[in-house]
Design a protein around this ligand. Sequence first.
Ligand code: FES
Ligand code: FES
Length: 174
Amino acid sequence: MSTNGIPLTVNGKPVTRPNEDASLPLLDVLQEYLGLTGTKLGCGIGQCRACTVAVQDTPGGPWRNVQSCLTPLAAVSGKSVTTVEGLATGTALHPLQHAFLTEFAFQCGYCTPGFLMAASVLLDQLRRAPVARDKVDDAIMAAIGHNVCRCTGYFRYFSAVRKVVLAQPGLVKA
Ligand code: FES
Ligand code: FES
């Protein structure tokens, strides 16, 4: 934090929030002040992961999952945040978004942004450290196994993420 406010990057754009916002949940800042309503409030206590966003601590470094309902804005000062709005490239859906659609992974869709962001962090992890073919399922479970879907789309989410992981070159060791 500096006297000039709290700087961060959200979906590739620099943002500065006033220091008074330091203790606000990141989720509230995204929704109420930045107009990014894709990130959802579920439980509000760090359990459901509907509010998951991706955070990168240093440029070029690994991305990690963050539960934005529990994370104060000050904790992401100087960092990069990606929300579900930052996944697509223009009108081109991210491969995970495309797979979630073609696999009919969601029903109401409330949990979908959280699953997307958790899975997108997994793709980043696998790009940096590919896993053996027989470890792919474990890696997916570790990535999205804590996200709650009240419509119980778990298997289809899993299947969609698996398809993307196996289709993208370089994520699985030969
Ligand atoms: S809203 Fe449930 S973990 Fe954040
Ligand atoms: S699709 Fe409805 S909560 Fe997951």
